[in-house]
Design a protein around this ligand. Structure first.
Ligand SMILES: Nc1nc2c(c(=O)[nH]1)N[C@H]1C(S)=C(S)[C@@H](COP(=O)(O)O)O[C@H]1N2
Ligand SMILES: [Mo]
Length: 332
């Protein structure tokens, strides 16, 4: 296939909604985070083909009509950008919650017949160019093969409509519960392999430094795959004036790969924490939390939310992409 035309070419991002604007449970498509390292390839659907190969018994080639004529799976899930790979410890809170429609990757892999040595799934996009001074022939990511459970999709729909060009038309990978960087857009290949992929997006960027208990680098890294527990306060918004002695509902969203078990709120710079009400984990959808809070003193108050996942992992105060979110309020 000839090289795809990029329009625009180069790094392209749409600033998502700020936390206080995340009022909708399902994020409208025009408000969905948008992140393209190399540009937006314009892919003509009639000439598009997508191949599955590598460590499989029977390689497959599929056109868009081959995907759409198979049974359609839909999943509603959080969709989060991990932030800049050049600045991985700064929280960006680029988050939304959307519905994807497509074909289960697991079903396609069953049709191909996985060979026993296959340990990783490599996904290649049609975009190409330069990121941070490094020439990239394509955008390639990988994931462990055991992660390909029933909700990993080759998606061709976003919120019930065909994917818009910038979100991956004609088809993309969606790995619910993994950071967005792994959900390769404008798919051209899936390959099974016995090792991690070698491109800069898997070896050079998107590997977090593992730290010891004292916060020192151990010299080891871990791929930016699973979404760490996180939460944002939607209301009240930073700067809002709140009446003293009048209960105010503090609410927001919490999420994690595997779901959130509890959300605690602090009104005293993190010395005390009060458990909020929380919707139960339901699939991959974000969970609403809320607490009726009675401000009992005047002045400036910072409200913080802290999510805990089902394994007990929680959010740090700072120094990580999932650091605790705080809103500053004026109590009058
Ligand atoms: N081919 C390709 N896929 C990609 C990217 C990219 O630059 N090229 N960016 C990734 C990143 S960092 C994120 S956060 C998500 C964002 O998906 P969206 O723009 O559709 O919301 O796409 C991922 N998939
Ligand atoms: Mo991202």
């Amino acid at each position: 296939m000839t090289k795809a035309i990029l329009e625009p070419a180069g790094f392209h991002r749409r600033i998502p909604l700020a936390p206080h604007q995340l009022t909708a449970r399902t994020t409208p498509t025009q408000d969905v985070i948008l992140l393209c390292h190399l540009g937006v390839p314009r892919v003509p659907a009639d000439s598009w083909e997508f191949g599955i190969g590598g460590l499989v018994r029977t390689p497959l080639r599929l056109r868009l009509s081959d995907l759409t004529s198979r049974p359609k799976a839909t999943i509603e899930t959080i969709h989060q950008c991990a932030g800049s790979p050049l600045d991985p410890e700064t929280p960006t809170r680029r988050i939304c919650n959307v519905q994807w429609g497509g074909v289960r990757l697991a079903d396609l892999l069953t049709d191909c017949g996985m060979l026993p040595d296959a340990r990783y799934v490599w996904a290649t996009g049609m975009d190409h160019g330069t990121f941070n001074g490094v020439a990239c022939a394509s955008y390639v990511k990988d994931l462990p093969i055991e992660r390909v459970n029933e909700d990993v999709l080759i998606a061709y729909e976003l919120n019930g409509e065909p994917l818009p060009p910038e979100h991956g038309y004609p088809a993309r990978l969606v790995v619910p519960g993994f950071y967005g960087t792994n959900s390769v857009k404008w798919l051209t290949r899936i390959d099974l392999a016995d090792r991690r992929a070698a491109g800069p997006f898997t070896t050079r960027w998107y590997n977090d430094v593992i730290k010891d208990a004292a916060g020192r680098a151990t010299g080891q890294t871990t791929p930016v795959w699973s979404i760490a527990p996180e939460s944002v306060i939607v209301s009240p918004a930073t700067g809002e004036q709140v009446d003293r002695h009048r209960p105010v509902e503090v609410w927001g969203w919490a999420w994690a790969d595997g779901g959130v078990a509890a959300v605690d709120l602090s009104f005293d710079d993190g010395s005390g924490w009060i458990q909020a009400e929380l919707e139960p984990t339901k699939g991959r959808v974000w969970q609403r939390f809320s607490l009726a809070w009675l401000p009992d003193r005047s002045g400036d108050v910072a409200v913080r939310s802290r999510a805990r996942d089902h394994n007990g992992a929680t959010q740090p105060l700072d120094g990580a992409r999932n650091a605790i979110h705080a809103v500053s309020l004026v109590i009058d």
